[in-house]
Design a protein around this ligand. Structure first.
Ligand code: T3D
Length: 262
């Protein structure tokens, strides 16, 4: 199963590729366990300064592998709560909490949990031919992997309901227009664009990016006063960082900054 997730770390950029193209990268228990291990290791590895997540083949990810959810009549039914608690939710939490920017390159269809794992990224690009499908309702489930959290916040309640109840494909360009993702790009540009962006982030002020994530993550639950207090505290830390000193020095010297990530 090791091959069902590919990783490559180069120049501070950890690339993760979901790799079951014949199943549109539908997720199995070993894949999710492996993804959790990779994300946990990346979070504490100073050599990793940005993460790029994509899929192999024509799909990004078709969500849970439904072959593993087939039950004979009368047999015990699967405990999906256990699956979310131990495998899906930790992936979403890890993507949101990791102190490194996570770029997602949605190379093709993203359905079910596959769609919502994509939305857990910080900067989501999609190939113009890709589509996002909240396919859960079609099989009697709710949008999981953060779907009921991210969707209303990203596109508003009306559109979130439409996506969740109807389960219809949302083309990448509409996803970008709605604010579900950052940008739709031509299919043959996706790898070049996302690799370039992710490499740029990997060379950036990593601890500053971590503070941006922390502030953005907190804003959904904070009132203005709490958020202003948090900004004060995070900016205080930023002002003490080596990268801030380097950024200011580089600006004044009219040269490119050389960030160390701390
Ligand atoms: O632990 C838990 O169970 C809880 C968590 C639940 C979270 C979830 O993700 S539940 C939702 C699971 N996902 C889906 O319901 C999506 C199912 N897939 C589809 O609806 C369609 O495949 C797509 C719309 C994504 C793509 O359609 P299309 O026509 O482009 O491709 P296809 O022909 O349907 O799929 C290609 C192959 O991949 C096909 O196999 P075959 O016929 O060539 O042998 C298909 O069966 C397989 N495949 C696609 N999705 C899955 C899958 N196999 C297993 N599980 C899948 N989810």
């Amino acid at each position: 199963m090791a091959d069902s997730i590919l990783t490559d770390c180069d120049g501070g950029l950890l690339s993760i590729t979901l790799n079951r193209p014949d199943r549109l990268n539908a997720l199995t228990t070993p894949m999710l366990e492996s993804l959790n291990e990779i994300l946990a290791a990346a979070a504490s590895d100073d050599q990793v300064r940005a993460v790029l997540l994509t899929g192999a083949g024509r799909g990004f990810c078709a969500g849970q592998d439904l072959n593993d959810r087939s039950v004979a009549p009368g047999a015990d039914r699967p405990d999906l709560g256990e699956s979310l608690e131990n495998r899906y939710n930790p992936v979403v939490r890890a993507m949101r909490a990791t102190p490194k920017p996570v770029v997602v390159a949605v190379n093709g269809v993203a359905a079910g949990a596959g769609a919502n794992l994509a939305l857990a990224g910080d900067l989501v690009y999609a190939a113009r031919s890709a589509r996002f499908i909240q396919s859960f309702a079609r099989i009697g489930l709710i949008p999981d992997s953060g779907g009921t959290y991210f969707l209303p916040r990203l596109v508003g309640t009306a559109r979130a309901f439409g996506l969740a109840l109807l389960g219809e494909p949302l083309p990448a360009e509409d996803a970008a227009r709605w604010g579900l993702i950052w940008e739709a790009v031509d299919d043959d540009e996706l790898v070049t664009v996302t690799t370039s962006v992710a490499r740029g982030l990997a060379a950036g002020p990593t601890s500053g990016f971590a503070r941006i994530k922390q502030a953005m993550n907190a804003s959904g639950d904070n009132d203005l006063d709490a958020q202003l207090d948090l900004e004060r505290d995070l900016q205080r830390a930023g002002g003490l960082s080596d990268d801030y000193a380097e950024g200011v020095a580089a600006f004044l010297a009219k040269r490119s900054p050389e960030y160390k990530g701390r």
